[in-house]
Write a protein that binds this ligand. Structure first.
Ligand SMILES: [Mn+2]
Length: 202
């Protein structure tokens, strides 16, 4: 069973997350940020992960921006992906997917390497806010996810105009690339997919 659960409570956020990597794309998401819910629902759908998430944060009562919540959701999701993958035996390891979203085109390339890295090239300056979601948090979300999941993650926007479309392309291409990378290569069952014999930073 490639599953993980996390309960993460700080003075800034309270997060409960369960993840099943071998699910069917079902999700129950409640972050109280409409656009983030929209992105996480489609991330689950396109990766075929089952995700159950309840997240509350200081932005709900202190009138803060949702910076802490968005970052902590990504930390929790990254930790769950890493835990659910366990010893990573037999996984394809690499994933690459390009998604057109109307006028926008985005590619995500990733390696479940144990070596966290983020390359993020996307111009999200067209719209700084999408409801209660700050578009600059997109890069922070994927940095926290990559570093906590142990993924080398490259996100490149080729072109696009509408910020909602570009971010949606980022989440969808990431989801599809992840689905590839965590899938089991039937010719490599039980083997670590590295000539080095380990998938970690050193
Ligand atoms: Mn949309």
């Amino acid at each position: 069973m490639r599953t993980a659960t996390i309960t993460r409570e700080t003075k800034e956020t309270q997060i409960y997350l369960t993840l099943d990597l071998d699910g069917s794309g079902r999700s129950e998401i409640d972050t109280n940020i409409g656009f983030l819910d929209h992105m996480l629902i489609l991330l689950a759908f396109h990766s075929d992960f089952d995700i159950k998430l309840t997240a509350h944060g200081d932005h709900e009562n202190l009138g803060m921006d949702p910076h802490h919540l968005i970052e902590d959701v990504a930390i929790s999701l990254g930790k769950c992906i890493n835990e659910a993958l366990g010893d990573k035996l037999g996984i394809r390891r690499y994933g690459s997917f390009t998604i057109p979203m109307d006028e926008a085109l985005v590619t995500c390339d990733l390696d479940i390497s144990g070596r966290p890295y983020l390359v993020f090239n996307a111009d999200l300056s067209g719209n700084q806010k999408l409801g209660g979601y700050d578009t600059e948090m997109t890069e922070e979300f994927f940095r926290a996810l990559a570093f906590n999941a142990g993924i080398t993650l490259h996100i490149n926007e080729h072109y696009g105009k509408n910020t909602h479309h570009i971010i949606e392309g980022i989440f969808k291409s990431m989801a599809r690339a992840l689905k590839q990378a965590i899938s089991i290569d039937e010719t490599k069952v039980g083997k670590i997919p590295s000539s080095k014999g380990v998938l970690r930073a050193n």
